[in-house]
Design a protein around this ligand. Sequence first.
Ligand SMILES: [Zn+2]
Length: 291
Amino acid sequence: MLPVTTPSPIGELSAENQSAGKQAGNQQANNQLAGNQQAGNQQEGNQQAGNQQEGSYSAGSPHVAATPVIPRARTMAPVFHELTLFHGSMGAGKSTLALQNAYNRRQAGRPGVLLTSMDRAGSGVLSSRLGVMADAIEVINTTDLVTLISAEVPAGGFVIVDEAQFLNVEQVEQLAWAVDELCVDVDCYAIATDFRSQLFPGSRRLFELADHTISLQVEVTCWCGRPGRQNARIEDGRVARFGAQVAVGDISDAASDAVSGAASDAASGAAEVTYRVLCRRHWREGNPGSA
Ligand SMILES: [Zn+2]
């Protein structure tokens, strides 16, 4: 690999072209330099090719800093608004990051709203298990997000949606429409898969439509120490395989504590339901550990 600061005939070529006013030649030389940095072992071949094209330039010149060539089209690109999905298992810090990003944008003077569904702390609140919280607009299954965003967020503003796995497909499509037509940025924070390790419909549609999908890298581990991948539902000490995708108390259970949180399942009235992140092996084996 050729360091940028190494004296290079390519640099000399660049300097000569500057004196000769050959701007196009400069760009070509810089492109060659960039190529050489990526594939240093091709340097000799590129130099020879350059010699044949340009005639003369000498080796051993002072180093010339590589000037990145920015395509004209990029410098004049319009501002695009984007739909972004941040996804991770329980405990990956989604709500914490959502709150931080909302705070930063408001500090920067951008208008925007926080949306959530069935947060651990109750309706109309977006909370992190670390204790931070903020007021948010509660989204239910019938909420029209186009109407909501049109009324609440001006062009150039932002929308942050926590617990976005509970959006329905139509609502995700409304968010995509709002990004394109209302010129707002929408960030969704979601668990990708349910206790059966199957995508939530809202999360699936976000994967399909988002401009960017970002997997949160906060470490979440199974009781065995392996990376936690599966958001297991534990009923009476056993890993559940069947049941409603969203059980009563689902979010408050999942979010209050991924390891030991517990709440009664109002539907069954008897079974104790908790949620726990397991590695794939122990989720497959149905071994929830001894927590
Ligand atoms: Zn495990």
